[in-house]
Design a protein around this ligand. Sequence first.
Ligand code: FAD
Length: 355
Amino acid sequence: MTKNILFLAHADETGKSLPKVAYDVLGAAIELAGKLQARLAVGLIGGEVASVADAIAGCDATQILAVSGADFASPRFSSDAAAAEALCRAAGAELILTPNTSRFQRALPALAHRLSGRVDTHVSSVAVVDGEVCATRWFYRQRMEGQIQRDERPWLLLMDPGCHEPWQGAAGTATVEQIAVSLPETVRRTKFLGIRSPKTDAQTIRPEAALLFVAGAGWTKKQADGKTHPEEAEKLILEFLAASKASLGGSKSLVDQSGENQAVLRFMTHLNQVGQTGATPRHPKGLSTCCHGEEPHVVGWRFVNERRAVNLDANCGWARGKADVLYVADAFEVMKELNALLATANEAKLSAATD
Ligand SMILES: Cc1cc2nc3c(=O)[nH]c(=O)nc-3n(C[C@H](O)[C@H](O)[C@H](O)COP(=O)(O)OP(=O)(O)OC[C@H]3O[C@@H](n4cnc5c(N)ncnc54)[C@H](O)[C@@H]3O)c2cc1C
């Protein structure tokens, strides 16, 4: 029976808060500790963790441990693994629940090896089945769910966003127990120089957006006048993305076209592809345009709650129960109208804010 659980997290790039997913994992850890009647400790890693600890002071952990200082402010395999090891040992943790961030994905599998434990990444939920901890994760592009139980301890579970309702308790003044970790020079060899990322308006993939906008190959196909209109398609889509701040997805047919010398949307890459061989994004709403709604594509819409589609074809895949609403219409016309409505709404918002 598991008696010691550790919620392990690192500060985000601002150094002042936790990554959003950490709150989901904390919610899961608190619920699990309650079900197992286990002790829940918190372990924090960061440059300075006082504000992070204060933000979760109301979570009723029995202990808040931290490894902090300049050496732990930025992601680096060697120092992160050393810090996490010290925290796991100090807490005597048998089960470690932690966010599946890229920082931890790099450091924690090695930590499991050092602790002679086990690790599972991309965990989507954790429950108690017949008194034993049972983790789940998806396989084969979210088509099969695996349930995992292990005898080995410690067991590290790196949990994905959306794995649980986020913890939303009150902030306070936390008592933090610092764990000293002295790093040999070899561990400091790698220097963190900075993060390079595209400009926000060049960034079309926005995981936190309220809306996923998906463009299909229809945007580059011959239209009623017998011609293709890729420039107009690009303009309409970019205008919509700028006004709505939606995230951009694409169908496989569309993203493949750039390699096949066909008319293309220049901002669309394979990273935008949604589906069986693409991404499975999570957004509250989705709008699909000029995309047929084939099964291998719609598999990627699994976590999009409210789905709408615009297609000229009343018999497209969306019409067969895959969308909540299908508009049988010309997407060029619909998006033109939608952009005009958004421009008016955004202007009204702007003038209300400046009044
Ligand atoms: C093993 C396997 C894995 C796959 N994985 C993926 C995947 O991960 N993601 C993926 O997307 N696909 C995947 N596919 C391909 C998938 O089956 C479809 O071929 C693909 O999604 C079709 O893309 P599409 O709907 O954009 O294009 P099309 O099938 O060409 O459909 C274009 C649509 O646009 C509509 N249209 C055209 N003009 C307009 C207009 N003016 N207004 C409104 N509608 C218009 C047409 O009516 C048509 O329905 C996979 C296939 C296989 C076999």
